[in-house]
Each structure stands twice: as structure tokens, then as C-alpha cells.
Design a protein around this ligand. Structure first.
Ligand code: GLA
Length: 389
């Protein structure tokens, strides 16, 4: 592993793939990580708080300028995207997976950054559809490569906003800004506390290894897509609740406001809003505890977060619930679903000596229930996007 957390062999592989596709060496290789969210789910688009961790699964982008103004993105995993003229990028006509990459190029240009043409070859080990932000890793690695090749000064938050805009306006997934922000601002050994209204970022150190603990991701292999119904419906319900409560976003209400407006909101919107309000409070409580070096509150806060997502926000599923239960039964000190839900992954904090036991228990529980076999990985808190070469 090199200092930035990318495997040397992965860099060599993407450089070789670039050579094979383009016939020349890349000018550089950039990397952006996926993430696991410790706490703060469906709070980002409500202008609330999130506590994600950038992880050592990432997208690499090898890139070289072209002088004809054409952007050509290829993926080692997904094949070649269509060559697209940068001076005439129509966001509604960027096809397939290249919407994330070329869409970010489009959004950067909308911010006034003049991009040159480029050949880009990407290679990612962030599993897609697993709730680990493979799309943000793609957007941020390609966006950073293109901006740096064009000699632009790169503001990490502006780049994160460009990636989010690509996803919302080009791909059609109405996501918040958490994933791109942590992919840009992640810090080794740390979570980041993000205020999704001010976009202020605070590093929150995770002293897990010192306590003999390991961050673990349990991928249920139930894939989700945020461009489809459930995510958008939850977001719409939150926006309606805010409007009925007379505020700009659910960030601005208290639990008393929500419960006092039961008649106006109706049962479903009340539960959606209650999740957001209680989740924001849990994020701030956990960030404070971790900042003081206290790990004890992890178990209770993640359990309450999972229950709230299952009961009030209704974005969990039987596979996620089973993985949480199995991890806790096998010795995890904390576990909950992570990401948007409807499938994807569970995040767990596990004594290092119990990781194999957690893996075995999750797999046997899934087999007994007739679910797909989950993939259980130990992950490290990694730095945000950077140039590797
Ligand atoms: C997805 C979105 C994020 C966030 C989470 C839920 O990962 O991309 O913006 O809304 O779901 O917390």
C-alpha cells in the first residue's frame, strides 16, 4: 500500500489499461474513496448533520489531456463510454455510467472551470449498488483529474457539489451532498462531521484500533439504485413535512414541533420527520463522544439509528436487519444499516478478534433465511481524493 491508501498494483493496473486503450502513458493518476456512513442517514438533504468515513475502497482515474476538446472516459469494469465534446455537453444526453463522470465535467464547466479534452481510464474496487458510494468515488476521481489537468484551482467542496449536481441533474438521482463531500474531505483514521447547511467540515478522530476495534462493512448484496422510487419518495415526504411546518428544511424543527403537528403532518410524514430530527441529535451526540475519545455511546446510538430507519423512515429491509442482528449476536459492539437503504450494506464496529466470528454468523444467518451470501470486509478510515502520481 502507498501512503495515500491505494494499492501500488492497482495503480499499475490502471496505468497499463490506459496504455492499452490510449497508446500513451497517462499524465497522472488520481484517486477518490468510497465511504461508509457511521451515523446521519437521510439527513443531508434536510440540511442536517452526517458523520461519514472515507474508506480504503476507491476509484482510480488515469488521465491525459487531448487537444481536440473531446472527453473520452473508459472503465476497466464497465467498458468504454461514448466520446463526448466538452464544448457542447448536453447533460440530458450523456449515456449510461458515463453520466457520473462526464456529468461531473459538465457541472465543473457550469462552475466556470474551462476543461481541456481528456482521455480518462477509471478502475474502481468500490462495489456498485452496495451503499458505499461507488458513484461519488467515480465523480470525485474524474472531476479532480480533469480540473487539475486543466490547471484549475480545485476547491474540494466545489468539486463535491459538481459531483452531486451530476448525479441529480444528469443521472436523475435526487441525492444529498454527503457522499461527495466525504470522498473529497475524508481523513485517515477519522470520520468527518459535516454540517450539510453550511458545508462546514470537522474532523472527528476514530480511536478504534487503540481500543482493539475494527470498522467492518457487511454488504448484503441486495443492490439499490437511488434513481428509482423509494429514495425520491422519502426526500419528497421530508420536503412536504418542512413546508407544512413552515420551515426551510427539517433541520429547523425540534421533536416537540414535529409531535405537536401530528394532525397537520399525518402519520407517515410525522414518522419521516421524527427520524430526521432524532437522527441529527444522535449524530451530534456521537461526534461529541468520539471527539472526547469515548467509544461507549456507539452501540446505543447506532442501534437507535437503525431502529429509526427501520420503523420511522422505513428504508431497511430483511437482509439488512438480519445482518445487524447477526453482527451484534456475534460480538459487534455496534451495527446499523448504512447509506440510503433498500439494500446495500451494514456498518459494524467489531472487536478485531471477533471479525471472523461476525463474518461466519452473518453468512449462516443469511443462508438460513434464504438470502444472498453477504460479503464482510474490514475497512480502514482513509484520506479523501488526491493525486497519486
Ligand atoms: C445516499 C445519498 C446521500 C444520502 C444517503 C442517505 O447515499 O447519496 O446523499 O442521502 O443516501 O443518508
Amino acid at each position: 500500500m502507498d501512503a495515500a491508501g491505494g494499492g501500488v498494483s492497482r495503480v499499475d493496473t490502471v496505468v497499463d489499461a490506459f496504455h492499452a486503450a490510449v497508446g500513451e502513458a497517462p499524465e497522472g493518476v488520481w484517486q477518490a474513496p468510497g465511504r461508509v456512513n457511521l451515523l446521519g442517514e437521510h439527513t443531508d438533504y434536510n440540511e442536517g448533520f452526517v458523520l461519514p468515513v472515507a474508506i480504503d475502497l476507491s476509484c482510480l482515474a488515469a488521465a491525459r489531456r487531448r487537444d481536440d476538446g473531446v472527453l473520452h472516459v473508459r472503465s476497466v469494469q464497465h467498458g468504454a463510454g461514448q466520446p463526448l465534446p466538452l464544448d457542447d455537453l448536453d447533460p440530458h444526453r450523456i449515456p449510461g455510467w458515463s453520466g457520473y463522470a462526464a456529468g461531473t465535467a459538465w457541472a465543473l464547466q457550469q462552475q466556470g472551470i474551462e476543461l481541456s479534452g481528456a482521455d480518462v481510464v477509471v478502475s474502481s474496487d468500490v462495489p456498485s449498488g452496495a451503499g458505499l458510494s461507488s458513484s461519488a468515488a467515480l465523480e470525485c476521481s474524474v472531476g479532480l483529474a480533469l480540473a487539475e489537468l486543466a490547471g484549475a484551482r480545485v476547491d474540494p467542496t466545489a468539486l463535491a457539489l459538481a459531483g452531486q449536481r451530476a448525479e441529480v441533474e444528469v443521472v436523475g438521482a435526487p441525492v444529498g451532498v454527503m457522499d461527495q463531500m466525504v470522498s473529497m474531505h475524508g481523513r485517515a483514521g477519522s470520520a468527518i462531521l459535516l454540517d450539510c447547511r453550511s458545508l462546514e467540515v470537522r474532523r472527528v478522530p476514530l480511536h478504534l484500533a487503540e481500543a482493539g476495534l475494527q470498522l467492518v462493512v457487511i454488504d448484503t448484496r441486495v443492490t439499490h439504485a437511488h434513481a428509482s422510487g423509494g429514495y425520491a419518495a422519502r426526500r419528497a415526504a421530508c420536503e412536504q413535512a418542512a413546508e407544512l411546518l413552515g420551515v426551510r428544511a427539517l433541520r429547523d424543527v425540534t421533536l416537540e414541533d414535529v409531535e405537536g403537528a401530528a394532525d397537520v403532518l399525518g402519520d407517515e410524514r410525522l414518522r419521516r420527520a421524527r427520524h430526521v430530527v432524532t437522527e441529527n441529535a444522535r449524530v451530534l451526540a456521537l461526534a461529541d463522544a468520539l471527539t472526547r475519545g469515548e467509544l461507549a455511546p456507539l452501540g446505543g446510538l447506532l442501534a437507535a439509528g437503525h431502529a429509526s430507519l427501520r420503523e420511522d423512515f422505513e428504508v431497511s429491509c430483511p437482509e439488512l436487519d438480519a445482518a445487524v442482528d447477526a453482527a451484534l449476536a456475534a460480538g459487534a459492539v455496534a451495527a446499523r444499516m448504512t447509506g440510503g437503504g433498500f439494500g446495500g450494506s451494514v456498518v459494524a464496529i467489531v472487536p478485531a478478534a471477533q471479525v471472523d466470528r461476525v463474518r461466519a454468523r452473518c453468512r449462516s444467518a443469511a443462508a438460513a433465511a434464504g438470502f444472498s451470501q453477504p460479503v464482510v470486509r474490514g475497512v480502514q478510515a482513509a484520506p479523501g481524493a488526491a493525486r497519486l502520481r
